[in-house]
Design a binder for this molecule. Structure first.
Ligand SMILES: CC(=O)N[C@@H]([C@@H](O)[C@H](O)[C@H](O)CO)[C@@H](O)CC(=O)C(=O)O
Length: 309
């Protein structure tokens, strides 16, 4: 991985799952084959680790460090960027993970809002983010907005307003909300060197029209090629093709939602499609029955046809 500071994060970024053994321990031996699968089969060259999909908040600080180390080490010559999510309920834990990410050679860090004691104002959250960013000032820093999970009612556009004044390493946000007006307001307020990464895979095209510079998502683990085609069609101005691809992705996700799509199902689907034994999710999430993921994988094959997925 080259020097991170001058490389804007754009394009497709896969939010990775965390491989676990059936005894519930992290399974580091799968990280390298996972990277190979993403690069060779899905055209994915950038990853976002220990986030929502990676069950980051269900992992211990030590586990998160070991995972970050393994992703950075094994991804060094194969991936273009490894972004490590370091958000925690405790500021101290987040700072420790931020420092560790810098030592480990990560290309950037992202932070979610604390969600038990929630910040009551944009300023309170900015102060929290500032203290984390200060622990690794050399790394590009991204705010990770995912209100459906954090329960935060603050608008991202209010949070990022003026944020560079207190966080010089701030380089953008990962916006996982369907509120495209708030996203649009972020874009209109943000300097062009910031990354505007969208995180609701089923409506990525809407966010691209709004000005997204890239996307971070869980489904890119198995739909990477299709989403890369969508991004290329959009870049080339072929809106008809971009829409066709987005509608295919919506068909798959909507079918999955009807089956009860959650992290456990998503992880099992990835196991099914990739053949990687990523294991169960961690409690309190319960493993998903194989038949459910199989039925979604079949739908995925039908929609994508014979083309490589
Ligand atoms: C709530 C949730 O998990 N959202 C996913 C999406 O990729 C989501 O799975 C997808 O849009 C299907 O609904 C991502 O935004 C999460 C993500 O990027 C992450 O794991 O950090």
């Amino acid at each position: 991985m080259a020097s991170p500071s001058n490389r804007k994060l754009t394009g497709l970024v896969a939010a990775t799952f965390t491989p676990l053994t059936h005894q519930g321990e992290i399974n580091l031996s799968l990280i390298e084959p996972y990277i190979d699968y993403l690069v060779e089969n899905q055209g994915v060259h950038k990853v976002f680790v220990n986030g929502t999909t990676g069950e980051g908040l269900s992992l211990s600080v030590d586990e998160r460090k070991r995972l970050a180390e393994e992703w950075c080490k094994k991804g060094k010559s194969k991936l273009q960027q490894v972004i490590v999510h370091v958000g925690c309920l405790s500021l101290k834990d987040s700072q420790e993970l931020a420092r560790h990410a810098a030592e480990t050679g990560a290309d950037g860090i992202a932070v979610i809002s604390p969600s038990f004691f929630k910040p009551t104002s944009a300023d309170a959250l900015r102060q929290f983010l500032q203290e984390v960013a200060a622990a690794a000032p050399q790394l590009p820093f991204y705010y990770y907005h995912i209100p459906a999970m954090t329960g935060l009612t603050l608008r991202a556009s209010d949070i990022v307003e003026g944020i560079e004044e207190t966080i010089p390493s701030f380089r953008g946000l990962k916006f996982s909300s369907s509120d495209l007006m708030d996203f649009g307001q972020c874009i209109s307020k943000c300097p062009s060197h910031w990354s505007q990464l969208y995180g609701v895979d089923e409506q990525l095209l809407g966010a691209l029209v709004m000005g997204a510079s890239g996307a971070v998502g869980s489904t890119f683990n198995y739909l990477g090629n299709r989403v890369n085609s969508l991004l290329s069609a959009f870049d080339e101005g072929d809106l008809r093709q971009a829409r066709t691809l987005q509608l295919q992705i919506q068909d798959i996700i909507s079918y999955a939602v009807k089956q009860g799509f959650d992290l456990a199902v998503n992880k099992q689907l990835m196991c099914q499609v990739s053949g990687l034994p990523l294991g169960p999710p961690r409690l309190p999430l319960l493993p998903c029955p194989g038949s459910k993921a199989q039925s979604i994988a079949q739908r995925l094959q039908q929609v994508l046809g014979k083309q490589k997925i």
